[in-house]
Ligand binder design. Structure first.
Ligand SMILES: Nc1ncnc2c1ncn2[C@@H]1O[C@H](COP(=O)(O)OP(=O)(O)OP(=O)(O)O)[C@@H](O)[C@H]1O
Ligand SMILES: O=c1[nH]c(=O)c2[nH+]cn([C@@H]3O[C@H](COP(=O)(O)O)[C@@H](O)[C@H]3O)c2[nH]1
Ligand SMILES: NC(=O)CC[C@H](N)C(=O)O
Ligand SMILES: [Mg+2]
Length: 526
């Protein structure tokens, strides 16, 4: 179902094969930072299928397994004989070594964290121009003690004799460490050497290419049929809608669902600003009663998310019927502004855990009949912002703080009711107003305001006893929402927000600040 996207591999794509690495997406990002397009594929994908994508190069990620362990993810050696340049990192390096006849074992040569690397072949493809001694980030328990035949060892450490090797003739390269993390100070340079020198790629990919490629892919996918786009007023759907509109013009209708879980003023803002900025065809559906009814009595976060995901699709189906009343071809496609983190968190990576079912990925119902169009599915938020700016969308849209599709529904810890929503909407509006007044909108990635509906505490207001609910402020800083830290924001602003919320919002007598990073917390409470 979720694979029914238009994720056709672009020309000169580097595939990152994910062996369950912590940071496979970081590798893909670094490649794109080197201005070469990159996508992640699971290690379970058959090699023939990988090669059918016609990749310009392949990178093998790290992973938690031991290459010699039973059931460990492996790779058909045909991959190394296909003439495609390959770069193995950590587990990927160990896999390349064993597949081609080298030796990897648990010989006690463990290294974790910052490690000095000694380059033994200064003019090697990967290391030329980098220092003979350089700090690298290691994280391994197994090690390569003998490189395969035909390979030159190019670097070592105090405990690992084979910390990097290459076979220039076959265009096969590997390093035991993690060049993708910023602590490997020359990691980006080594990666670029692989891309430009090893694989002969040119640094000519830009967000402009995303636009061209995606516009072509969307046209090919949608043809002369019609599509609807779930439009929330957020960055991702605005950029997705703008891309699709560029591709198919009036064949697209945007549908904004007011599920009653929106913030104060949001619906009016979308109706006004989005249409003004893009001239898009917009249909606004008031579905608040339907969502509230479906959520009645439900407190479990995952159940809420699945209900919201399902109701969204039912509303889109209704909109589809209405659009069909107007003359024209079939309405077969649903455009969503799904990003890579939505997919990973919903457990869509290889061997990655389901943290929470994002309504637009893991929360979709099984009986969905739309074919999905998700042109941003491989990208991160900051990349999407760059695409949006390139498309000419105004800063107010492109730089907006994210707001989750399930809205205030996942910011009420406990059952969602109309009264609770009204209360939270007021508290949230005050917090947003004060953050904007303090000029903090750009410093803060987003600031969920959460109502702990099941908790009451004792307060004293107007000399009387109160027994009200706490409101949690969760200001976070982040680059891509995969990791985040709580924002150190001015006490004065916090004080103002707290005073105003307790004074102005009935039934709230306490405001607390969430000082947890992600991990271990997530940004939203549910
Ligand atoms: N109220 C809504 N009406 C219609 N579609 C929605 C609504 N909320 C979310 N969606 C759909 O779900 C997708 C994912 O939501 P998400 O919140 O991640 O993205 P966004 O709202 O577009 O951007 P942002 O992350 O900046 O909030 C959206 O891109 C959009 O397609
Ligand atoms: O559209 C969305 N549908 C969802 O179901 C959803 N859940 C979380 N988020 C947003 O994703 C980012 C990461 O959130 P978490 O740290 O809470 O997982 C943050 O920006 C969250 O606001 C969602 N967005
Ligand atoms: N980070 C990794 O890829 C680790 C590889 C392997 N699990 C080891 O410990 O050696
Ligand atoms: Mg949103």
């Amino acid at each position: 179902m979720s694979s029914a996207t238009n994720a056709a591999a672009a020309p000169d794509t580097v595939l990152v094969v994910d062996f369950g690495a912590q940071y496979a997406q970081l590798i893909a990002r670094r490649v794109r930072e080197a201005r070469v397009y990159s996508e992640i594929v699971p290690s379970t994908m058959p090699v023939a299928e990988m090669l059918a994508k016609n990749p310009a190069a392949i990178i093998l990620s790290g992973g938690p397994s031991s290459v010699y362990a039973e059931g460990a993810p492996s790779l058909d050696r045909a991959l190394f004989d296909a003439g495609v340049p390959v770069f193995g990192m950590c587990y990927g390096f160990q896999l390349m070594a064993t597949a081609l006849g080298g030796t990897v074992d648990d010989n006690g040569a463990r290294e974790y964290g910052r490690t000095p690397l000694t380059v033994s072949k200064a003019d090697s493809t990967l290391f030329e121009g980098t220092p003979a001694e350089q700090p690298v980030w290691m994280s391994h328990g197994d090690a390569c003690s003998a490189a395969p035949e035909g390979f030159t060892v190019t670097a070592s450490t105090d405990v690992v004799p084979v910390a990097a090797f290459e076979n220039d003739e076959k265009k096969l390269y590997g390093v035991q460490y993690h060049p993708e993390v910023m602590h490997s100070t020359h990691g980006q340079q080594v990666l670029e050497h692989f891309l430009y020198r090893g694989a002969g790629l040119k640094p000519d990919w830009t967000t402009g290419n995303v636009i061209e490629e995606q516009v072509a892919a969307i046209r090919a996918q949608v043809g002369d049929k019609r599509a609807i786009c779930g439009l929330s007023g957020g960055v991702d759907s605005a950029v997705a809608a703008a891309l699709v509109q560029k591709a198919i013009g009036s064949q697209l209708t945007c549908v904004y669902v007011d599920h009653g879980l929106m913030r104060k003023g949001e619906t009016e803002q979308v109706e006004k600003d989005f249409v003004a900025a893009t001239g898009a065809n917009l249909k606004v559906v008031d579905a608040s009663e339907r969502f509230l009814k479906a959520l009645a009595g439900v407190s479990d976060p995952e159940t809420k998310r699945k209900i919201i995901g399902r109701e969204f699709i039912r509303v889109f189906e209704q909109a589809q019927l209405e659009i069909l009343q107007e003359d024209g071809p079939e309405v077969a496609f649903l455009v969503q502004g799904t990003l890579y983190p939505d997919v990973v968190e919903s457990g869509g990576g290889t061997g990655t855990a389901n943290i929470k079912s994002h309504h637009n990925v893991g929360g979709l119902p099984d009986d969905i009949e739309f074919e999905l169009v998700e042109p941003l599915r491989q990208l991160f938020k900051d990349e999407v912002r760059a695409v949006g700016a390139e498309l000419g969308l105004p800063d107010e849209i492109v730089q907006r703080q994210p707001f989750p599709g399930p809205g205030l529904g996942i910011r009420i810890v406990g059952e969602v009711t109309k009264d609770r929503l009204d209360l939270l909407r007021e508290a949230d509006a005050i917090a947003r107003e004060e953050l904007t007044a303090a000029g903090l909108d750009r410093d803060i990635w987003q600031c969920p305001v959460v109502l702990l509906a099941g908790v009451r505490s004792v307060g004293v207001q107007g000399d009387g006893r109160t027994y009200g609910h706490p409101i949690v402020l969760r200001p976070v800083s982040s680059e891509d929402a995969m990791t985040a830290d709580w924002t150190r924001m001015p006490y004065e602003t916090l004080a103002k927000i707290s005073t105003r919320i307790t004074n102005e919002v009935a039934d709230v007598n306490r405001v607390v600040l969430d000082v947890t990073s992600k991990p271990p917390g997530t940004i939203e409470w549910e």
